[in-house]
Design a protein. Structure first.
Length: 119
């Protein structure tokens, strides 16, 4: 006697949330990422002489996209073997590495010196 399993029913709200995420949230995420990348690339170009700008931007793009590609492959393999919980825990040190100096600088520098730098 064969055991028949009942077909798994999909929750219609799960589909609606997925469509909403694809249509509403992802375009804004992509826009923010792209504008941040354009701004960072422009800052790299401003730090070099006109003769060096092309090479500096090319090297920056190569490092950024190479790092993104390697991180994507690593994250997919880690997700496949360990799950989302491990991926999220491994991202926390990188976030702390960015946020701790940022908050420390905001706390140490008085507001008047920040405004005087802007001109």
């Amino acid at each position: 006697m064969a055991i028949r399993s009942t077909p798994r029913r999909r929750n219609p709200m799960a589909h609606a949330v997925d469509v909403r995420a694809k249509l509403c949230h992802r375009p804004w995420l992509s826009l923010g990422r792209n504008l941040g990348f354009i701004g960072a690339t422009a800052m790299v170009a401003d730090c070099h002489s006109p003769a060096e700008r092309g090479r500096a931007r090319g090297a920056n793009d190569f490092v950024v996209f190479g790092t993104v590609a390697c991180a994507s492959f690593f994250a997919v393999s880690l997700l496949h073997t360990s799950g989302w919980t491990t991926v999220n825990w491994l991202v926390l040190p990188a976030v702390a590495f960015i946020l701790v100096p940022l908050f420390w600088r905001a706390a140490v520098l008085p507001r008047s010196s920040i405004q005087s730098r802007r001109g």
